[in-house]
Design a protein around this ligand. Sequence first.
Ligand code: BG6
Length: 500
Amino acid sequence: MQSAALRMEEATSVEPCTFVLFGASGDLARRKLLPALYRLALEGYLPPESAIVGAALPWMTTERFRADMREALERAPEVGPVDETAWRAFAQRLHYVPMDLSRGDDYQRLGHLLDRVDREHGTRGNRIFYLSLAPTLHGQVVEHLGEAGLTKARARSWVRLVVEKPFGTDLETAQALNQRLHRYLDESSVYRMDHYLGKEMVQNLLVLRFANRIFEPLWDREHIDHVQITSAETVGVEGRGGYYEKAGVVRDMLQNHLLQVLAMVAMEPPSSLSPEAVHEAKREVMASARAFTPERIRTECVRGQYAPGLLAGAPVPGYRQEPGVAPDSRTETFAMLTMRFDNPRWAGVPFYVRSGKRMAERLTEVVVRFKDGPLAQGTPNQLHLRIQPDEGMALRFATKAPGRAVHHHDVALDFRYGDTFGTRLAEAYERLLLDCMLGVSTHYVRNDLVERGWELVTPLLEAWGPGREDLPLHSYAAGSWGPDAAGRLLDAQGRRWNRS
Ligand code: BG6
């Protein structure tokens, strides 16, 4: 099993292309996308002929854009001190085109610029259009690109489209968007970005599960009691109150990032690491995910919203006090779902999935809790997969404490990427952008999986949506591990969260 996504250091066959970034003046472009492209250039993965065209509304010049991007690189923690020689070469590849995305003429202008870039840089007509925009603009931009003839690849060239999340805002909008995209592009040219799939430990799930004989035979209902997936953030809504009010944690984190991680943990072994085989294995397992009925939502799911509290000793406001948030908002900033799969591997095994803002620690982890051995004395076997920060894993098991009496002691075999490899781990966006340049979509999300994600969370969005006050919205103090109700739910089943 091999995948370019897993063999970044061997990626030598990247073809030059023009990377067209819609939303180039936005936050994601500055914080993640440009720094990722710069790092790829620095490490020699971006062929010298490649170019980057920023497209956004502010009317500014290419010079101004370059200066802005330089500033963005200086602020990006993963970039470190900017290398002057590398920057000068990189800056020469940056171009800017001011665009009103609703005007067809502007796409003609874009087309002319791209032709010029092809001639001047030698990008050979290969293009990646990256949509880092509000989801309401995605369909419209693709239609305009299509009408301007820009979604058609020329002979011996390729055109790819990357769509940043959120992909639609519910099932209906996601389906409509997929249909619109497919009018102009084949599914094989559409790359739906979910940056959690670019994280080292998430990609490692394929190797861990399927290359090691010691895990896969135990990865089922016979041996596993339950699985916990936690994605906790210490940040609040970071000035995005307006967006978050409409989204909530289910749309923002669960429908996409956590369901993708869940699919990687629960899927059957794919027949290969080809994109098709991996997508198919994920489709299959998510098809067997049990639907949320009103009863399951009432008894197996919890929603919460952060109240004022303390983070690292400093007071922080509650969600309702954040700018752009209604003082009586009922938007959830924490959710915990019990996912169940009706298939032979997982029948009866709950997967507890939770995510929240303003939690005690920044931590994303998967905890696999194995069933007890016959002599177990309260020291369960657990596999902890730490996705961030400090990527690594620990296998916890009982050992006899030294001495004549038999006392069980909980110990761990611990592996940390930092200690073992000592190298910097590539950022998720670096890996995924490189994959897209290589034409490898294994770690992107296929249309049916996006739609399945929405289908699964629709009953939750309805039950917790505006105007629905019948189900409790639990308050939790900022800086805690979320509402007590999520702890009680596990307690009632004789289980407990790894971190609470
Ligand atoms: C984004 C969400 O998709 O993921 C943010 O919109 C969230 O609200 C972010 O903070 C978390 O990403 P990471 O990589 O920092 O865990």
